[in-house]
Design a protein around this ligand. Structure first.
Ligand code: ADP
Ligand code: MG
Length: 394
């Protein structure tokens, strides 16, 4: 299989470079409210500018209908924010591959940035339409993909354009692929995987793939109740997927056969309602009342998990241990986050909500690697090839 060229190998002086970024930033009243995604693309953007590129950036934002320009989903706020954080002129095109974009791409000078309008204003983007991809490619001489968050989607700007142009992986994309692919495939041991979140059905492939790789598997959050139920434990009104009990049993049997130690909650914080102010108390896992639902793991569980986490050389964590959006049920998630942050081993965090949790607790800096992609990182962990990455192998 051919190697992927990294952007630090690029020679682009005076050339037009079209770079797919993920600028799907939250915006309010015409302003970007969180510019993390812009910041993460800066190493690649700055390198391309330093090397004299005429830089064309393209991204999606939100979920427009795909029938043309919609003010609500315009990249205008992003262009405004980008101007403030890069040392370059930023021009926003009125369209994607229309007359305005073509004229502005023609007029572009080295060190300037042209941002195309929201790719998803054209429904051909998500369909990976070859004609749309060819038109995008026609704006430039070289292609760079730095949009890890959409690398698992075979869209025109990720999988289509590199068929027409020499392609390179940006720093963000290559870091993600190397870390998630590399560290997880060749982990220092013991390797502990912590999986939480709401549903087994969402994560079954991740569980399956991690059992093949890890030494300890901690199962927490909502998905734990299906595993507990598979062991004959009454889970009351907790989130539990009856259809997945057999699969959970199968996973536990597979883990046992492979010598993987499984850790499940031993105590549970139960609540009388799914609400921030619900009445709640802690019970032994075998004593969940029929009319209560488990919204967090208890202190004994946190201590048990922390002990294993502390003694691990590699830790992968995806999925909160409880309904951490409600402070009263964030105790378990916070305890895990702190244990992972304190552990000496290498820590990799993936998943939208898990990353939100560690950011909320100010612990992101203490982790070895915090993945920026939700779906894309899970697909890598599952050992799946990402269309946006594979398209660069030519
Ligand atoms: P990630 O985004 O990190 O992959 P998920 O999306 O799988 O994580 O799961 C996060 C969600 O799981 C959170 O919204 C959280 O409230 C929910 N959750 C965790 N524990 C429970 C529980 N015991 N009952 C219901 N929902 C839960
Ligand atoms: Mg999530």
């Amino acid at each position: 299989m051919s190697e992927i060229k990294k952007v630090d190998q690029i020679e682009c002086n005076g050339k037009r470079v079209i770079c797919r970024v993920d600028f799907n930033c939250p915006c309010e009243n015409g302003q970007v409210t969180d510019d993390t995604r812009i910041q993460r693309a800066l190493p690649t953007i700055n390198l391309l500018l330093e090397r004299g590129a005429k830089l064309i950036l393209m991204s999606h934002r939100g979920r427009p209908s795909g029938t043309g320009f919609e003010e609500e989903f315009s990249l205008k706020p992003v262009a405004a924010r980008l101007t403030e954080v890069v040392n370059a002129d930023v021009v926003l095109a009125k369209d994607i591959i229309g007359d305005d974009a073509k004229a502005k791409a023609q007029a572009l000078q080295p060190g300037q940035i042209l941002l195309l309008e929201n790719l998803r204003f054209d429904k051909r983007e998500k369909k990976n339409d070859p004609e749309f991809a060819r038109e995008l490619a026609g704006l430039a001489d070289i292609y760079v993909n730095d949009a890890f968050g959409t690398a698992h989607r075979a869209h025109a700007s990720t999988a289509g354009v590199p068929a027409y142009l020499p392609g390179y992986a940006g720093f963000l994309l290559s870091n993600e692929v190397e870390t998630l692919g590399g560290m997880l495939n060749n982990p220092k041991r013991p390797f502990t995987a912590i999986l939480g979140g709401s549903k087994v059905s969402d994560k079954i492939k991740v569980i399956n793939s991690l059992i093949d790789k890890c030494d300890n598997l901690i199962i927490c959050g909502g998905m734990a109740y299906t595993f507990l139920a598979s062991q004959g434990i009454e889970t009351g009104k907790s989130i539990m997927e009856a259809d997945w009990i057999d699969k959970a049993k199968e996973m536990l049997a597979k883990a046992e056969a492979k010598g993987v130690k499984i850790l499940l909650p031993v105590d549970i914080v139960v609540a009388d309602d799914f609400a921030a102010d619900a009445n709640h108390y802690t019970v032994d896992v075998h004593e969940i009342p029929a009319d209560m639902e488990g919204l967090d793991c208890g202190e004994k569980t946190s201590a048990l998990f922390a002990e294993t986490i502390k003694n691990s050389k590699t830790i992968f964590w995806n999925g909160p241990a409880g309904v951490f959006e409600f402070d009263a049920f964030a105790v378990g998630t916070r305890a895990i986050a702190e244990a992972v942050a304190d552990a000496e081993g290498e820590s990799i965090i993936g998943g939208g909500d898990s990353v939100a949790a560690i950011n909320k607790y100010g612990l992101a800096d203490k982790m070895t690697f915090v993945s920026t992609g939700g779906g894309a990182s899970m697909e890598l962990v599952q050992g799946e090839a990402l269309p946006g990455v594979e398209a660069l192998r030519q």
